[in-house]
Design a protein around this ligand. Structure first.
Ligand code: XBP
Ligand code: MG
Length: 237
């Protein structure tokens, strides 16, 4: 039986990357006097490096900042986090169409909801407050709560543990190949809902790959139950 659905945040609950995180990273580079501007295309490639601080450090290393890359990345990421938080607090982040309806249906059907994200606690909690409301996501595990970021399954395993449910009784909703890898490695049946950045990725092992939550393909509570049922059956065979 489906007891809980665990959602990714960036790209899944909200289309945060292109118009949210990317401008915050670029403004942070400028604030630290660096002449670095990530284009939307470059950022799309950099998204395979999970975690903003690691993403900055990898790019700085590639640009020859070998010795100082890690320390500089910590400082730039702190600034970026504040800038993105400002955007969230100003109401500049919206849920993807259909997300609120899905979460509401799940809760009405007695299915618990949770979050497993690589993002930072400082902005994740306020973002959830703005887009779904407080307490709607019963468990929220962020990148600050784990040692290893996606594609490692730790964030999903921690969410399952805090929910007190087995992987077989839950499913994940993700937007990216890296996120799918993490959820599958935790043993979860996973539905992928793609966005502009992830639509051309491969999704081996996904229970379904959709391009949106609403419209003809609509992902509702019944469809989640169905996909979970088939996913669990496939895992047993
Ligand atoms: C999201 C991330 C995060 C965000 C930026 O991945 O990798 O790093 O891009 O947020 P997922 P931070 O959707 O798989 O959780 O700067 O707070 O890391
Ligand atoms: Mg994501």
């Amino acid at each position: 039986m489906l007891e809980a659905v665990i959602f990714d945040v960036d790209g899944t609950l909200s289309d945060t990357e292109r118009h949210g995180h990317l401008p915050a990273f670029n403004a942070a580079f400028a604030a630290h006097g660096l002449d670095i501007v990530w284009t939307p295309d470059e950022y799309g490639h950099l998204l395979t490096i999970t975690g903003g601080r690691r993403r900055i450090a990898a790019d700085l290393r590639a640009r020859g900042f070998a010795a100082t890359a890690d320390d500089l990345a910590v400082a730039i990421h702190r600034t970026k986090t504040q800038l993105f938080l400002d955007r969230v607090l100003a109401g500049g982040v919206a849920p993807r169409p259909g997300v609120i309806e899905l979460v509401t249906e799940l809760l009405e059907a007695g299915v618990r909801t949770a979050v497993a994200t690589t993002g930072s606690r400082a902005w994740v909690d306020p973002l959830l407050h703005h887009i779904v409301g407080d307490g709607v996501m019963e468990v929220v595990v962020t990148g600050d709560d784990v040692q290893q970021l996606k594609p490692h399954p730790e964030v999903y395993l921690a969410a399952l543990q805090r929910l007190g449910v087995s992987a077989r009784s839950a499913m994940a909703v993700e937007d990216s190949a890296v996120g799918l890898q993490a959820a599958c490695a935790a043993g979860l049946t996973t539905v992928v809902v793609t966005n502009d950045y992830t639509v051309r990725q491969d999704f081996p092992g996904a229970a379904a790959v959709l391009s949106r939550f609403d419209g003809r393909e609509r992902l509702g509570a019944d469809r989640c139950r169905e996909l979970h049922h088939h996913g669990s059956a496939a895992a047993l065979s």
